[in-house]
Design a protein around this ligand. Structure first.
Ligand code: DX5
Ligand code: ZN
Length: 219
């Protein structure tokens, strides 16, 4: 299993985003996690295509775009054109999730499906084989710097069990409140892609990135 760090730039300094992305890329982060928010699916508004396409010029890392928007199918082509490698949509935001997954794949991007903390993993059972990655939210989406919700560990374990049973080795990403102190519990539960925003970008982003990657070496 590959262990991957995906720093969320929501907690970076927006006045020097390019530099901050370069810092974590150079320190070894494999993915860059980009949180797009529309002020409707979640309370806040973050950024969209122009920011993603500008950052695309600064790094060759995998762009993992987390769409916290209503009916994200409307934006799949634009997000791909802006430079997304992985397009992650919320199960709760898609009336026709199967269609949206196919739309993402047709662009050549990898399709990921996210679940809010209160949404059961059983809602994924019909599309287990279709998605390239699953994202378990460990906070209610909308803001960086929130506290990890412990019951989401059970969801990670359950989903890893469902995948194992289906003979799949699909990546499980976890997003929200993950830091160097609790990341082992998240990995032990069965996740292998770790999003971290505040834990990476507070103080020394390069050192924080390396600390996470060092912990991954134990696995
Ligand atoms: C929350 C976003 C996260 C956020 C994580 O809605 O999806 O990606 O930036 O930030 P931390 O790691 O600080 O909880
Ligand atoms: Zn996110």
């Amino acid at each position: 299993m590959m262990y991957i760090l995906a720093p969320s730039i929501l907690s970076a300094d927006f006045s020097k985003l390019g530099e901050d992305v370069k810092t974590v890329s150079d320190a070894g982060a494999q993915y860059i996690h980009l949180d797009v928010m529309d002020g409707a699916f979640v309370p806040s508004i973050s950024f969209g295509m122009p920011v993603i396409s500008s950052l695309r010029k600064t790094t060759d890392r995998v762009f993992d775009v987390h769409m916290m928007v209503e009916e994200p199918g409307r934006y799949v082509n634009d997000v791909r054109k802006a430079g997304a490698d992985i397009i992650c949509v919320h199960q709760e935001a898609c009336l026709h999730l199967d269609r949206t997954i196919n739309q993402i794949k047709e662009t050549g991007a990898r399709a990921a499906v996210a679940l809010n903390p209160a949404t059961p993993v059983e809602t994924l059972s019909c599309i287990l084989k279709e998605a390239d990655m699953f994202l378990i939210m460990s906070v209610n989406p909308g803001f960086g710097g929130q506290k990890f919700i412990p019951y989401t560990l059970e969801k990670i374990k359950k989903l890893r069990g469902m995948l194992d049973e289906a003979g799949l080795t699909t990546d499980i990403e976890v997003d929200g409140g993950v830091n160097a102190a609790n990341v082992r519990e998240v990995l032990d539960a069965g996740a292998n892609v770790i999003v971290a925003g505040s834990a990476v970008f507070k103080n020394d982003a390069a050192a924080n990135t390396k600390e996470f990657l060092k912990i991954f070496e134990e696995y």
